[in-house]
Design a protein around this ligand. Structure first.
Ligand SMILES: N[C@@H](CCC(=O)N[C@@H](CS)C(=O)NCC(=O)O)C(=O)O
Length: 238
């Protein structure tokens, strides 16, 4: 007997991503999960996210979106948790009901609602300032100051742990990794703090096979910049 699509487990998974966007976290976590999935590029730089095909999938016109059987899930935090729950044995998220699980959500919510928003205010200040040049400059300048504080806050939050939740890699680290890459973006003019703990975490994430696979796949679509110490490794690997 054929099962209805909505009851198939795990469902057919399709990730809609854009190179080096926040969707990179979901992309990494899917690869880490060892679940079967298809990755479809919706390049936001070329406006593919506002094309009619993608708007049918996600009317909000943002990535990531995850097709899961006959459903579409949006919002990084929801997608990351969902993938981790589908692949429980992979340990990508702590078990539901644990304090560690709450800590994971605390991190992810902070990343989504504060850290990501701060980067967006620098890269696309018009989102908050509209078209007025003074307002654009003010939003960007304020966000740069905020970013400096947030990167320092990440150092404090990490303490002596190797990863966000302790000594094991989790979905939170994949999410943090994206915003470590973004901290090298040339549109940021502020002098950023040293971020040595964050950098050490990112280096651990960067050393993972799944991360290399995903970054190579995304860079085959668009060869985005990597922090110089990561990029030089790729050159010497050739
Ligand atoms: N809160 C959403 C934010 C998603 C988001 O801002 N995605 C950006 C890429 S990093 C996007 O698709 N931007 C397209 C646009 O705004 O045109 C999440 O965490 O998934």
């Amino acid at each position: 007997m054929q099962q209805a699509a909505s009851t198939v487990f795990p469902p057919k998974l399709t990730l809609y991503y854009s190179p080096k966007a926040c969707s990179l976290a979901s992309h990494i976590v899917l690869e880490e999960s060892r679940l079967s999935y298809e990755a479809i590029c919706v390049d936001i730089r070329s406006g593919a996210n506002v094309g009619p095909d993608y708007l049918k999938i996600n009317p909000s016109a943002i990535v990531p979106a995850l097709g899961a059987g006959d459903a579409v899930i949006t919002e990084s935090q929801a997608i990351l948790s969902y993938i981790a729950d589908l692949a429980l044995e992979s340990g990508l998220m702590p078990r539901p009901g644990t304090r560690e699980r709450a800590r994971a959500h605390e991190w992810m919510n902070w990343i989504s609602s504060s850290l990501h928003v701060t980067y967006r205010s620098i890269f696309r200040p018009q989102t908050y300032a509209g078209d007025h040049p003074d307002a654009i400059s003010a939003v960007r300048a304020h966000a740069e100051k905020k970013l400096v504080k947030m990167l320092a806050e990440i150092e404090t939050r990490l303490g002596d742990s190797s990863y966000a939740l302790g000594e094991e890699f989790s979905a939170v680290d994949a999410y943090l990794f994206v915003f470590y890459l973004w901290s090298f973006d040339e549109r940021i003019h502020a002098e950023l703090p040293a971020r040595s703990r964050y950098g050490a975490l990112a280096a651990r994430v960067w050393a993972r096979d799944a991360v290399r696979v995903v970054v190579a796949r995304e860079r085959a679509v668009r060869a985005y910049e990597l922090p110089p110490h990561f990029a030089s490794e790729l050159t010497t690997e050739k």
